[in-house]
Ligand binder design. Structure first.
Ligand code: EPS
Length: 394
C-alpha cells in the first residue's frame, strides 16, 4: 500500500523514542537542522518542567535517507532519552531488581493512570505513565518534520501560535506572516503573536506555578497554500475535517478540536458565518481566481480543502500532574490518599502547538500524496503542478 503512514515507540524514561515513517516519495531533500529545530521548538515555552533541562532532543536517522535525500524506503528515527541513565536500573528490560521499581502508587485524576492500570492489569501506574506521557510526542514531531519537508516541495507551509492560556486570550486576528515568524524566534515564551497578551499569559502560568497548579489553553495551527481539493465529501472517512480532528485530538491533553470558527458558528446565524464567494479579474499568482473576504470555514467546506488557509484549534486541558495533588486511592490498599506527584510541567500550550503542526502536516501530506501520487519528488511535483494548472483555467 503506497500511503504515508507513521508510528512511534518508546517510553518516557526508556532508552529512546522511535518514529517510523513510510510512504514518502524518494528525492525529498532532508534538512536535519530543520528536523532538530522542530524538536527544539517542542521543548520550549514558559512553564515547561525540569525534564527539558535534561534533554536536548536530536534526531538520529537510522534508515530511509541517503546522501541528504529520502530514498522511498521506511525512515526510522531515534531520539535518545538522556534521562535513561537515571532509570536504567529502575526500568530494566531484564527482570532486574524489584526493590528498585518506582511505583506510581496512586492514580492522578485526569491522567491515563487509573484507566490504563485497570485495562492492562498493572499493580500500579508506572508503565501507564511511561507510554501515556507526552514525551511520546517527540517522535511525532520528528515524523511531522519529514512530512513538512515533503510539503515544502509543494510550497505548503504549516505554523502555529497560542491563542489562549487559561483565562487570557488573544483578542485580535493574527496574520500568516506573524504566525510563521514565531517559529524562527530564538526564545519562545508562550508563542503568542501579541507581546502584551503574551505577558499576561505568562502571569497566568506564574499564578499556577505559585499555587501548585497547572494551566491549559488553546493553540491554533495554520496550513498555508494548501490547494483546493484535498479530502472528499464522498465518504465519511475521507473528509479532511474528520481526519484533521482525529489527528489533533490524539495529541496528549487535547480535549476539543475546532476547525475555523466552529464554536462561534454554532451560536450565530448562517448569514454571519459562511464566507461569501467572489471571482477576481486577475489570479494574483494564486492557483484560483475564486476569492473569499474571510475564512470562518477554516479552509474546509464539505470535508474538502477550499484553497483558503486550513485553520485547526486544539483545546488543552491543564496538565494532570499537580504539585498540590487531588484526592485519589492507593492501588495496593485502596485507602484514600493524594494522587502521586512526579516532576511535571505547568503549561505546555506552545509545545502542544508544535505537536499539532506535526499532526496537521502528516495529515495533509498523506492526503496530498493520495491525490497526486508519485514515487519520486519529481513525479509528485509534476502531478501537483499539472493539477494547479488545471485549476488556473477554471
Ligand atoms: C515530556 C516529558 C516528561 C514530562 C511531560 C512531557 O518528562 P518527565 O515525566 O520525566 O518529567 O515533562 O509529560 C507529561 C506532561 C505527562 O503528563 O506525563 C516531554 O518531553 O514533553
Amino acid at each position: 500500500m503506497k500511503m504515508i503512514r507513521f508510528s512511534t515507540a518508546g517510553e518516557s524514561h526508556g532508552e529512546a523514542l522511535i518514529a517510523l515513517v513510510s510512504g514518502l516519495p524518494a528525492g525529498i531533500p532532508v534538512d536535519l537542522e530543520f528536523v532538530n529545530r522542530e524538536l527544539w521548538r517542542r521543548q520550549q515555552g514558559y512553564g515547561r518542567g525540569g525534564r527539558m533541562k535534561i534533554e536536548t532532543d536530536k534526531a538520529h536517522v537510522l534508515s530511509g535517507v541517503r546522501h541528504g535525500k529520502t530514498i522511498g524506503s521506511p525512515i526510522a528515527i531515534e531520539i535518545v532519552n538522556r534521562d535513561w541513565k537515571n532509570w536504567e536500573e529502575k526500568l530494566p528490560v531484564e527482570v532486574g531488581d524489584p526493590a528498585l521499581h518506582q511505583a506510581v502508587a496512586s492514580p492522578r485524576p485526569g491522567h491515563a493512570d487509573l484507566a490504563g492500570a485497570l485495562k492492562f492489569n498493572f499493580p500500579d501506574a508506572r508503565y501507564v505513565l511511561e507510554r501515556a506521557s507526552a514525551r511520546e510526542s517527540t517522535a511525532r514531531v520528528a515524523a511531522g518534520a519529514f512530512a513538512r519537508l515533503m510539503l515544502r516541495t509543494l510550497g505548503i507551509e504549516v505554523a502555529s501560535h497560542v491563542v489562549r492560556v487559561g483565562r487570557v486570550a488573544l483578542d485580535r486576528a493574527a496574520t500568516w506572516e506573524e504566525i510563521a515568524a514565531i517559529a524562527s524566534k530564538d526564545e519562545i515564551v508562550l508563542g503568542c503573536v501579541d507581546e502584551p497578551t503574551e505577558a499576561r499569559m505568562k502571569e497566568e502560568v506564574e499564578e499556577a506555578a505559585r499555587t501548585g497548579d497547572t494551566v491549559g489553553g488553546v493553540f491554533e495551527v495554520v496550513a498555508h497554500c494548501v490547494p483546493a481539493g484535498l479530502g472528499s465529501y464522498a465518504n465519511w472517512d475521507e473528509r479532511l475535517d474528520g481526519q484533521l480532528a482525529e489527528a489533533v485530538m490524539s495529541v496528549q491533553a487535547v480535549k476539543a478540536v475546532e476547525i475555523g470558527r466552529g464554536m462561534e458558528a454554532a451560536e450565530s446565524f448562517g448569514s454571519r458565518v459562511h464566507d461569501p464567494i467572489n471571482y477576481a479579474a486577475e489570479d494574483n499568482g494564486k492557483p484560483t481566481r475564486f476569492t473569499r473576504p474571510q475564512n470562518n470555514a477554516g479552509g474546509v467546506e464539505g470535508g474538502v480543502s477550499n484553497g483558503e488557509d486550513i485553520i485547526v484549534r486544539g483545546y488543552l486541558k491543564p496538565i494532570s500532574t499537580l504539585r498540590k495533588p487531588l484526592a485519589s486511592v492507593r492501588f495496593d490498599t485502596r485507602e484514600a490518599t493524594s494522587a502521586s506527584y512526579e516532576r511535571s510541567d505547568i503549561c505546555v500550550v506552545p509545545a502542544a502547538g508544535v505537536i499539532g503542526e506535526a499532526m496537521v502536516a502528516l495529515t495533509i501530506a498523506r492526503l496530498a500524496q493520495e491525490k497526486f501520487g508519485g514515487d519520486s519528488a519529481l513525479e509528485l511535483q509534476r502531478n501537483f503542478l499539472g493539477y494547479i494548472q488545471q485549476m488556473r483555467s477554471y
